[in-house]
Each structure stands twice: as C-alpha cells, then as structure tokens.
Design a protein around this ligand. Structure first.
Ligand SMILES: [Zn+2]
Length: 338
C-alpha cells in the first residue's frame, strides 16, 4: 500500500466497515467479516473512485488484520453489480472476438500477444488437450484458441452480450450465467481456466469450491488476478488501474490467493508473475493524464493506435517487475486435491 495513502480519512474499523458516501446506497452492501478466515478485525485501507470508467460512487478497500485479505466494502450487491459495468466494458467487447477461419491478421496479433505476455494462461504441463471449461470467457478469444489447439472447449460467461458476440463467430458450447447459478456434473473437466475472474466474485471461496468439484481428480485450475503485493500497487495506490472499483470485489496477493485456493481444496499451487506490458502502459497513461502531461494519450491509446516502438521500451521494465516478483498481474495453477 502506498504510504501516501495511509493517512486516509478513516481510523481502523474495529469490526465494522465505514460507509463512504456513494450516492448509490440502495445498490450496495457491506462485508464486515473476513470471507477467508472469519475474522472481524478489519481496517479501512483507503477510499477510492472508479478510475476506469468514471462511474459514480466512492468505495472502500478493507483489509483483514489476521490473514491480510483485502476486499471492497461497501460493494455492489449480486443483484446490482451488473449496473456498474458500462456497456463498453472491454472483455465484453466485440473486438475480443476470435477471428473467422482464414483471417490471418488477428491470428498474428494473437501470436504476438502470446510472445509478449507468455503467461496470460498457464497450461499445466504435461496436459494433453482434453476437456476444458473457461469461466468468464467473455467474447471467446482464449476459448477459441484452446479449441484450435485441440481442446474440447466449453465456456461460461455472465454477459449475454459477450456470448452473443462469441456465437456470431464460433460454434462452441457456451452457457450464459455465473458460477453460483450454474451446475455441471462433478468431474466434468480436466482443466478450468479463470482469467481475471476471482476478483469479481461475491463469494470466491464458495465458487472456487464449485470449480474444484467440476474438475476430475487430478484436474487443474488455472487463471490470473491483479496482484496487490506489487510495485504498481505501491506506486499508484488508490489510483492503481487494476483496482477497478467497484467491479473488483477482492484484491489478492500471492499469499491471500494461495490461502483461498488451499481453503477451497487445491494443492500444488504455483504463482507466476506476468510480464504484462499493456497494464504498465495504461497505468503510466493514467498517471500522466492526472498530472495533465501531454504524453498521456500515447500510453492510453497504445493498445489500439499507439506507436509499436513504445512497447519495446516498456517491455524491459515489465520483465524486471516479473523477474523481481513485483508484477501487477499474477497467474496461478492449482491441482484439485484428491
Ligand atoms: Zn482474514
């Protein structure tokens, strides 16, 4: 946590989260007990806004004094959280859709992305392509790649619009729904992929237990989350791009993520620090924008129109963060316990 952020407004909570002024009080709930260890010894870390989409409200980030898990409180309820995702929410967007067969340019872009960010999805090795479920598959970019590599690829995605985009491009078995409201028979999958999903869940332990039960014995869960034990979080503090309040309900570190996976019945847990170039570019762009510096737009627009050479400059910095285990995004692989 950024030391500059510590003198925030509120004293330790002693078991009760304060309610920042949100202006949307009918849509929120407080989480006053640690979902991971049950402790009521909580402290408010800081209050922040939605810096990603500029949606209204102020949101608290609370930490458990015992296991150090951090979460958003108050937060949107299960019933209202969808209203905090704007229509242009990137993973639901059409531009993530896979290419139609024969279209070479998107394939090259996908391959380039893999080279630059090779640990976006870590497939445990050895693992022959068999039956995989991607939860939170969005409009299907990763799911289509897995299918193209020979996996019997199934998807689950709460956004009907994203699934409609996927179905317009590919005929893959995808359900619309959340983990909580969906049922698959026990032992259905050899691998479950959950990229940037766990931080969005209202009850991650219950949902990850469900994912465990959907795996066959010896099956693996793999995925990624933002990493709060990172240089990026310490540097940007409450304005860190990857906080994404209020749609990110939990804010993990390698140790709290490991605790969650262990508690949900996983073993052989491995954490990888991603060499994430795009995140770093956007973080810098937002920082520069705040200080009204002219180069901000180059960073913010980079993923679509920015100069390609800029990536080559930022890439070594992202590599240093990954090698020093300070990356802002981590991947994990965990094996279903017997
Ligand atoms: Zn705790």
């Amino acid at each position: 946590m950024n030391p500059k952020e510590k003198p925030t407004t509120a004293p330790p909570l002693d078991g009760a989260a304060q309610t920042p002024t949100t202006g949307v009080t009918e849509k929120i709930e407080k989480v006053e007990r640690c979902p991971l260890c049950g402790s009521r010894r909580l402290s408010l870390q800081f209050v922040a806004h939605d810096t990603l989409h500029g949606m209204p409200g102020e949101w608290g980030v609370v930490a458990c004094s015992d296991c150090r898990l951090m979460w958003t409180s108050p937060r949107p309820t299960r019933e209202t959280v969808a209203s905090f995702y704007p229509e242009e929410y990137q993973p639901h967007g059409g531009h993530f859709a896979p290419a139609s067969p024969g279209d070479r340019a998107p394939l090259l872009r996908r391959l380039a992305g893999r080279v630059l960010d090779p640990k976006e999805v870590v497939i445990p090795d050895p693992h022959r392509p068999r039956r995989v479920l991607e939860v939170g598959c969005g409009s299907g970019r990763v799911l289509a790649e897995l299918a193209d590599k020979g996996w019997d690829a199934h998807g689950l995605e709460p956004s009907a619009a994203a699934v409609a985009t996927l179905r317009a491009h590919r005929d893959l078995p995808v359900r619309v729904g959340t983990i909580e409201e969906t049922t698959y028979p026990s032992g259905s999958f050899d691998l479950i992929v959950a990229s940037m999903v766990l931080e969005h869940l209202h009850d991650p332990i219950a949902d990850v237990v469900k994912l465990r039960n959907w795996l066959c014995p010896g099956g693996h869960l793999t995925g990624s989350v933002p990493n709060c034990a990172s240089w990026e979080f310490r540097f940007f503090g409450a304005e860190w791009f990857a906080l994404q309040l209020p749609t990110h309900l939990f804010h993990f570190t390698p140790s709290t993520l490991t605790l969650l996976l262990e508690k949900a019945g996983f073993t052989h847990i491995r954490i990888h620090h991603q060499r994430n170039v795009s995140n770093l570019m956007i973080h810098f762009g937002r920082f520069l924008e705040k200080h009204r510096l002219p180069s901000a737009k180059i960073f913010l627009d980079y993923p679509t129109i920015g100069p390609r050479a800029l990536r080559l400059v930022v890439r070594p910095a992202a590599s240093v963060l990954a090698w020093s285990r300070q990356a802002g995004r981590i991947s994990f692989v965990a094996k279903r316990s017997p």
